[in-house]
Design a protein around this ligand. Structure first.
Ligand code: FAD
Ligand code: FES
Length: 298
């Protein structure tokens, strides 16, 4: 598996391709998966064959908006988009019914890079928080020996517990799995020398802690970073993080890259493009930051 992104490469301007909704499946209390009929062969706007886990697609609902989403299922006949219901767009997307059409273009951005020696995932950990498992799911299918750890506030916020067996589950309230954060477990695994690489997606607070743990131990770590996206192809600058366009040079970034980006864990742009302080990097609780000094800090 290689990086699919070509940071700074040719601009990929394309119109969305309209795909038919086949099924909408409830995944947990706040999320559904919308399955779309997959057209065979590549079209100018949609090149699913080139997809690398960690890349994203722009999803268009006419007269509503266009927003970035991962594909969580890549099957020969269909694609699945797992939607956490949050605001107007995700609410409408989750309400789609079979026969309706969704516009989709992509894939875009840089996906997870898995070195050849990790080909079956032995020694790798996939770490998800919130709906981060939607991003990680296609990678989990390609790395059958990787361990999966995921965290949610409560049991009804966990994803794909039947799809991937043997996951290490955490909830904030202890309603399923262990009480606490998956980063606490990861810190122990790293200290015990059981981890060769970490692939992660989740809330930025969790990612700040993770980067600290992995940088401190010298463990390879790649994180999917979420920033507000509009064009998805590197034109508008909305997704800027420390001078990097996350839609092109990310969303997957290494722990080393993130540690050198002062805005990671500190600042993001809102919908209007205003810089908003998030202040996570300097206040992240030690339990989430992991042992030792915080190499992501500074
Ligand atoms: C690369 C990438 C992949 C993503 N994959 C998924 C996924 O697989 N499943 C999923 O449920 N969500 C995913 N998201 C987040 C998803 O795009 C937002 O949840 C969605 O746009 C919310 O829109 P809304 O109108 O429902 O909510 P709003 O009320 O408009 O926003 C709620 C929150 O969603 C985020 N958001 C809103 N619009 C955008 C935008 N254009 N770009 C980035 N973040 C936004 C912001 O944090 C905002 O505070 C992904 C985001 C990115 C950047
Ligand atoms: S979303 Fe426009 S440059 Fe990234």
């Amino acid at each position: 598996m290689t990086d699919a992104a070509t940071p700074g490469g040719p601009l990929r301007v394309a119109l969305p391709v309209a795909l038919e909704v086949l099924e909408v499946r409830r995944e947990n209390a706040g999320a559904v998966t919308v399955f779309l009929a997959r057209e065979q062969g590549a079209t100018p706007g949609l090149e699913v064959e080139a997809f690398v886990p960690g890349q994203f697609f722009m999803v268009w609902l006419p007269r509503v908006d266009e927003k970035p989403y991962a594909v969580s299922y890549v099957e020969p006949e269909r694609l699945g988009i797992t939607v956490q219901v949050r605001g107007p767009f995700s609410t409408r997307l989750a309400e789609m019914v079979p026969g309706e059409r969704v516009g989709i273009r992509g894939p875009y951005g840089r996906g997870y890079h898995v070195p050849e020696e990790l080909v079956d995932g032995e020694g790798a950990v996939l770490l998800g928080g919130g709906c981060g498992m939607a991003v990680l799911a296609p990678l989990a299918e390609r790395l059958p020996r990787a361990r999966i750890a995921q965290g949610a506030r409560t049991a009804d916020g966990l994803f794909f517990t039947e799809r991937f067996h043997g996951q290490v589950l955490f909830t904030d309230d202890g309603s399923a799995g262990r009480r606490g954060y998956p980063t606490e477990w990861l810190a122990g695994q790293v200290q015990a020398g059981r981890v060769r690489a970490v692939y992660a997606c989740g809330p930025e607070e969790m990612m700040v802690g993770l980067v600290g743990i992995c940088r401190g131990a010298g463990v390879e770590c790649q994180v999917s970073l979420e920033r507000y996206m509009k064009c998805g192809i590197g034109v508008c600058g909305q997704c800027d993080c420390s001078g990097r366009r996350v839609c092109v040079e990310g969303p997957t970034l290494t722990a080393r890259e993130l540690a050198e980006m002062p805005d990671f864990g500190r600042r993001r742009r809102d919908k209007a493009g205003r810089v908003v302080e998030i202040g996570l990097r300097d206040v992240c609780p030690p339990a989430q930051r992991g042992p030792g000094p915080d190499p992501a800090g500074g």
